[in-house]
Design a protein around this ligand. Structure first.
Ligand code: HEC
Length: 81
């Protein structure tokens, strides 16, 4: 299992990969840059989410990049051409 896959598994305890309509947005529908950008914003500030602030602080830049790449790759693989 890659590092990105391992970390993404911890995200899945809150985020269903593609299912919307809950209080917690799906993340596997975002592209790599969008995930990184959102995580850096969460890391920089507790607003809007204390939970995601804590999650983002717990990851290094490398871990964050690996996780975003894994999630985006998986989303692309699931998309029909
Ligand atoms: C304890 C629950 C929990 C965990 C674990 C968690 N998240 Fe979240 N996440 C949330 C909640 C709640 C929100 C909504 C925050 C808000 O905007 O109010 C959110 C929002 C997000 C968003 C923004 C989505 C959007 O469309 O705006 C991203 C990206 C995200 N999380 C990525 C991750 C990643 C990557 C991980 C794993 C490293 C992770 N989350 C782990 C609860 C969690």
């Amino acid at each position: 299992m890659s590092q990105g896959a391992q970390i993404a598994a911890t995200c899945a305890s809150c985020h269903h990969p593609t299912d919307g309509g809950q209080a917690i947005p799906p993340i596997a529908t975002l592209d790599e840059q969008a995930i990184v950008k959102a995580m850096l914003a969460f890391r920089a500030s507790e607003s809007p989410s204390h939970v995601m602030h804590a999650v983002a602080l717990s990851l290094s830049d490398d871990e964050l990049a690996a996780t975003a790449r894994y999630l985006a790759d998986r989303a692309n693989a699931g998309r029909q051409p």
